[in-house]
Design a protein around this ligand. Structure first.
Ligand SMILES: Nc1ncnc2c1ncn2[C@@H]1O[C@H](COP(=O)(O)OP(=O)(O)OP(=O)(O)O)[C@@H](O)[C@H]1O
Ligand SMILES: [Mg+2]
Length: 383
């Protein structure tokens, strides 16, 4: 059974909200007559469509003013807030200090709207939150160079998405060479991708699946790779497909943190399933070259469309960054991919341990959110 989406709060409130109670003037009103099986003489001009609609309105059926116990007594669920309270609509308070001050000083009669900062902020978060219809979207994070920040960027991207999206996001560590993704969030389980492969037939619900992942406060779920290098290296095409098939029942977005070996058998299903890519480059010449070569390899292996739809994350925390013209690296990638985003150095990340979203510098969170918005645009653009 597929149970991928969280129910959005707006859907919940709409579903729970009953329609307003229509006015019924006397005890022998038409709905009463219908429920009591009484035939009512109607003028020839009466609108029969309207009558049919009224007859199925349960609130109209329950609403009556005569005394005594009704043959259709109201259930307690009919005593809703909407029916019993005079709810006044709350004024929409503008965001931004002077906008709010004007709003308050004019006793809510003048609303200048949100400040430019807050308008841009709401716009960004709503881009990240764009709903995904249909199938699960797969976003691998890769490059052929080691140590340039694939795992860090998978984590930041996943956190930014999980923070703002209503549906579920999971990041899978598919690095065959001792992946470290699970070390970037508080570890809640010793289970790994191998455990999912072994127990796949018994995973029948989301509750079963969460036993295999660790969860971060932003809502990101992480599935760890195997710490044993022999087992990790043996994780292949078949295994990834098993894990991805099970995860796709419960998650709308699957991020995959890859290793450097682009021809390792696990890369085949990762690229086959990919809807968008994040290519990570460092800020040094060799790091940029290897990222660029990754794009060339993908193009010459039938993935040119995917390359055009990809986003390059230019991690400016790598050691050579200060020595080269970053603008030139950026211009090079801009000519090849859809977007380029610079990821700044952050001392909290450099510690190499658990990443806590709220402890990151604001510019790091901003960069991660912009990256997330670009990625979501890439995976929702074909809907
Ligand atoms: N933006 C950043 N600011 C500070 N430190 C960073 C940043 N990006 C990465 N690092 C540090 O650089 C090191 C390598 O990063 P990371 O593990 O993400 O690279 P990787 O490409 O996944 O490596 P591997 O190829 O081994 O999987 C880590 O210690 C990480 O904390
Ligand atoms: Mg890594």
């Amino acid at each position: 059974m597929v149970e991928r989406k969280r129910t959005s709060s707006s859907t919940r409130s709409t579903a729970a909200k009953p329609s307003p109670v229509p006015e019924i003037d006397d005890a022998t009103s038409i709905p009463d007559a219908i429920t009591a099986g009484v035939s009512v003489e109607l003028p020839a001009s009466a609108d029969s469509t309207l009558l049919v609609a009224t007859s199925v309105d349960s609130e109209a059926v329950y609403s009556r003013r005569h005394s005594g116990v009704s043959s259709t007594p109201e259930p307690s669920s009919m005593l809703t807030d909407d029916r019993l309270l005079d709810v006044k609509e709350r004024p929409v308070v503008p965001l931004g200090w002077w906008q709010r001050a004007i709003f308050e000083m004019t006793f809510h009669t003048v609303n200048p709207g949100d400040s430019r900062f807050w308008t841009a902020r709401k716009n960004l978060t709503s881009r990240i939150a764009t709903p995904i219809d249909g199938d699960t979207r797969y976003v691998p994070v890769l490059t052929r160079k080691g140590g340039v920040g694939k795992t860090t960027i998978t984590t930041l991207l996943g956190m930014a998405m999980a923070q703002h999206r209503e549906d579920r996001v999971v990041a899978i560590d598919a690095n065959p060479d001792r992946g470290t993704l699970a070390e970037r969030i508080p570890r809640e389980t010793k289970n790994t991708i191998r455990s999912v492969v072994l127990k796949a037939p018994s995973i029948g619900s989301f509750t079963d699946f969460v036993e295999f992942v660790s969860r971060d406060k932003t809502g990101l779920h992480v599935l760890a790779s195997d710490p044993d290098p022999t087992l990790a290296d043996a994780f292949d095409e078949f295994d990834y497909n098993v894990v991805a098939d099970v995860a796709s029942r419960y998650y709308s977005v699957i991020l995959t943190d890859c290793g450097t070996g682009i021809v390792h058998s696990v890369m085949r299903p990762i690229l086959q399933r990919a809807n968008a890519l994040v290519i990570v480059s460092g800020g040094s010449i060799d790091e940029a070259r290897l990222a660029s070569e990754t794009l060339s390899w993908l193009e010459s292996n039938g993935r040119a469309e995917l390359v055009r739809n990809s986003v390059v994350a230019l991690n400016t925390a790598t050691s050579g960054t200060m020595l080269v013209k970053l603008d030139e690296i950026e211009n090079h990638f801009r000519s090849r991919v859809r977007e380029v985003i610079r990821i700044p150095y952050d001392a909290h990340i450099a510690a190499g341990s658990v990443i806590t979203w709220t402890k990151l510098n604001k510019i790091t969170r901003d960069a991660a959110e912009l990256l997330a918005a670009f990625v979501v645009e890439g995976i929702t653009s074909n809907e």
